[in-house]
Design a protein around this ligand. Structure first.
Ligand SMILES: [Zn+2]
Length: 616
């Protein structure tokens, strides 16, 4: 509890300073829900009281709720999109079109009132459009009371009943959820299978279901001694056939749960005081992996605490469920029948999302690269340490995948709305790989120390909020002192590529050598050029990019700073104060942290040069 109070105090101060600096505001929700789940037919009913605070400067005369489960009906946008895209997700394919009525999902609102007055509303696919009885003025609150009923679909994507691994209930995106309204207006996008954007607030949820089921959920269980199931050591006898589980989740933008009658529930307290819960099926083939995962999860948590900022909640849960891995507030649902490396890898990725989505809650539909890419970056770094791989560049997989995308002809800019990619594969490489390279390469551009400090300051200034790409790059600018608008713009808003090469190496006057460098791609970059001499010496020549108005601090021995390269000039002459005969090799970006789409011309060696001459 202490941890939470400290973090709430921090939220209060950071909101004040953000408002002073940039006019930042965000809406607030307080949910109270009571839900009855029938585990026989997977139908549930619920009541929801939502106190909505309009912190915007605008008067609202309508609101929107998401009804995600309606996507799991034949003919839904999600179904049709999956059957018409060229590379459908194999988990979805045409499976939605084949669901029987008993297997479909739905979420229906039977009544809704605002401050006690009935509202008219219309269900349009996965969105409920609501006309308000009276407008909500800036700074005012409205209380919405709703009754709803749902059916859990057969497990197809993320949510559902009876997953492939036999988990009974994966309850994600399962309740009528208020859409976010922010400085860009309403975000009431239909659910087509991609990601989310939610309103920050507090959740108080009571779940009633069969007493044999163990529940994993966002939030803190309020009545462990009435429940048992590994939450309390007390022997508990249910009074009837059901238990009512009472969870409270503060300062989150989602509430998720999972339940199964065969869950094993382990818990342990990590070094920072966070209680880690693990829920997995009683299956001999996976038990050992799930036991060994627990130490690694502690290691990962410590890594993220140190390299991003302290995990602010008192609990985190890893539960077997869903169809792969997906992050939710204080909980992840992952598939559990995996090799140990894959199990730790997916946990690393989803736990990292506790920061890059559930603390720095970017709009995933608009800026998918900020949550998936940043998560991939920090998760690769964490795995490199926790799995004791210690690779010099743990991001090579992301670079390979991005460069393949850039050379494929199917790349779309990262500003593309997540649902609007021509190919799922292009979305994946753009969000995950190109997004991870955005950060790893920023370390090349401004130096690793500046990158590390940027990530920490991003956490300090933007946790519990909705940062945008510009918010992030402004922090990188303030931390480093460099101008970086070009980097954000070319990398994320265009498909311009980076391609530098060594065009020519010739004798210069006075025992010097002239290296002609060439910019073939449209995207500018500063260059690190490594020169190796025959006597074993090595020099790093740094060529600043003029429009950065800045020089990177030396991060290498024998560091020489050359003249700026102004972008429009396609070539640049680098003068080396040594005769050509003393040079063994010259290489552009030996670290390979710059995502050059064609590295064939990045290396000059004296040996190859002499062979080429003989062959002419
Ligand atoms: Zn992810």
């Amino acid at each position: 509890m202490k941890k939470l109070l400290v973090c709430l105090a921090l939220v209060a101060t950071s909101l004040v300073s953000a408002q002073n600096n940039s006019g930042y505001w965000q809406q607030h929700v307080d949910y109270k829900m009571e839900v009855d789940m029938n585990v026989e037919n997977f139908q549930y009913t619920g009541s929801q009281e939502l106190v909505y605070t309009n912190n915007s400067p605008d008067t609202l005369d309508r609101v929107f709720y998401h009804l995600y489960f309606n996507a799991f009906q034949p003919g839904s946008e999600m179904d049709v999109r999956s059957r018409t895209i060229n590379d459908p997700d194999r988990r979805v394919g045409d499976r939605i079109s084949k669901l029987s009525e008993e297997e479909q999902g739905y979420l229906r609102v039977s009544s809704l009132d605002q401050n006690g007055n009935n509202l008219s509303f219309e269900e349009v696919g996965t969105v409920l459009e609501v006309t308000l009885d009276e407008p909500i003025l800036p700074g005012e609150k409205a209380t919405f009371n709703m009754k709803f009923e749902g059916q859990v679909p057969k497990q197809i994507r993320r949510s559902g009943r009876n997953s492939a691994e036999g988990v009974a209930l994966s309850m994600t995106q399962w309740f009528p959820k208020m859409a976010e309204y922010d400085f860009e207006g309403w975000h009431a996008a239909p659910y087509i299978g991609r990601e989310f954007h939610g309103v920050w607030g507090d959740f108080d949820v009571k779940l009633t279901l069969d007493k044999d089921y163990t529940v994993a959920a966002s939030g803190y269980l309020q009545n462990p001694d009435e429940i048992g199931h590994g939450y309390s050591d007390k022997e508990v006898k249910a009074k009837g056939d059901t238990h009512t589980w009472h969870f409270v989740a503060p300062k989150v933008h989602d509430f998720t749960w999972a339940a199964d009658p065969e869950y094993i529930h382990d818990k342990r307290t990590a070094a920072d005081g966070t209680v880690l819960h693990f829920f997995y099926k009683d299956n001999d083939e996976i038990k050992e992996n799930w036991k060994n995962l627990q130490d690694k999860t502690e290691g990962l948590l410590a890594f993220f605490n140190e390299n991003i900022g302290p995990y602010p909640w008192d609990q985190y849960t890893v539960a077997q469920g869903g169809d792969g891995g997906m992050e939710y507030a204080m909980i992840t649902l992952i598939t559990g029948e995996r090799s140990f490396g894959s199990l730790v890898g997916v946990t690393s990725h989803e736990l990292a999302h506790a920061w890059f989505q559930h603390l720095m809650a970017t709009n995933e539909s608009k800026h998918e690269w900020m949550d998936e890419g940043f998560t991939s970056y920090i998760s690769s770094a964490a795995m490199n340490q926790v799995m004791e791989t210690y690779a010099e560049n743990p991001f090579t997989g992301s670079y390979r995948s991005y460069i393949q995308l850039a050379n494929s002809g199917v790349e779309q800019p990262q500003t593309t709305q997540a649902d609007r990619y021509n190919l799922n594969a292009a979305y994946g490489a753009s969000a995950y790989s190109k997004g991870a390279v955005f950060l790893a390469q920023l370390g090349y551009v401004i130096g690793k120390d500046n990158l590390d400090n940027t990530i920490k300051r991003y956490y300090d200034e933007w946790k519990f909020k909705h940062p945008t790409p510009n918010d992030f790059i402004r922090i990188a600018e303030k931390v480093s002192g460099a101008e970086l608008d070009w980097y954000l713009n070319d990398w994320t808003r265009t498909t311009n590529t980076i391609d530098y090469g060594i065009k020519e190496v010739t004798e210069g006057g006075d025992n010097s050598t002239t290296v002609t460098l060439e910019r073939k791609g449209l995207m500018p970059m500063p260059l690190d050029v490594t020169v190796r001499y025959n006597n074993g010496e090595e020099e790093m020549i740094y060529i600043p990019l003029q429009l950065m108005r800045w020089e990177k601090p030396a991060d290498h021995e024998n560091w020489t700073v050359a003249d700026d390269w102004a972008w429009a000039y396609p070539t640049y002459k680098l003068n080396i104060e040594k005769p050509l005969s003393e040079i063994e090799s010259i290489e552009i970006d030996e670290s390979q942290l710059m995502a050059d789409v064609n590295r064939d011309d990045n290396l000059y060696t004296a040996e190859e040069a002499s062979t080429a001459e003989e062959e002419e």
